[in-house]
Design a protein around this ligand. Structure first.
Ligand code: SF4
Length: 185
């Protein structure tokens, strides 16, 4: 796949997905930023579901994130709870009502017909493109464990070499604000 074709397809796909998000946000009387935060929180791991991680992921101010989370809490779409070991850290969990909206917004069904191997190839190509852009701009990568230099795979799930905590299979597929690609990968 040529770089130009990949770029054009990515741009078109991104624009269509954004339209889909706008339509679902409007149907549920949500602002786009509120729906985007909900979608992000539905795929963020336990190190990345905090207000701080939201500011880093979206590149917005703490004030914007605070207002967004308050609105989502008022609507019963997100619940906040304190970290059991570090009371300064707050986790934001998507409620079942919030998850139902995410299911509607995230067009996973569109991709089910694509063969798995092909989907993986496309995902790998997109990931390389994203990685290049993030490196060029000095952004955090917010990737999954399988491509992180700290990940230690085990027969079930794995271990995070950074926090030294166990990771379930489900944990390992979520987005992480501490994610770092291997230096030479
Ligand atoms: S292995 Fe990497 S991506 Fe996974 S939890 Fe640890 S720091 Fe995050």
């Amino acid at each position: 796949m040529s770089a130009t074709r990949l770029h054009l397809l990515t741009e078109r796909l991104s624009s269509l997905m954004r339209s889909q998000l706008r339509r679902v946000a409007s149907a549920h009387d949500l602002k786009l930023v509120q729906l985007e935060a909900l979608v992000y929180l539905s795929v963020a791991n336990r190190y990345s579901d905090s207000p701080l991680a939201l500011t880093e992921y979206f590149g917005v101010t703490k004030g914007t994130v605070s207002q967004t989370l308050k609105a989502l809490e008022r609507r019963g779409l997100v619940e906040k709870h304190q970290d059991p070991t570090d009371r300064r850290v707050q986790h934001c969990a998507v409620t079942p009502a919030g998850a139902a909206i995410v299911d509607e917004a995230y067009p996973a069904g569109c991709f089910r017909a694509i063969k798995t191997a092909s989907t993986e190839d496309h995902a790998d190509a997109l990931e390389q493109q994203l990685r290049a852009l993030q490196r060029a701009n000095g952004f955090k990568t917010f990737g999954q464990c399988r491509t992180c230099r700290h990940f230690q795979p085990r027969s079930k799930g794995g271990r995070c070499g950074l926090t030294n905590e166990a990771l379930s299979n489900s944990d390992a597929t979520k987005l992480c604000r501490e994610h770092e690609f291997p230096a030479t990968g």
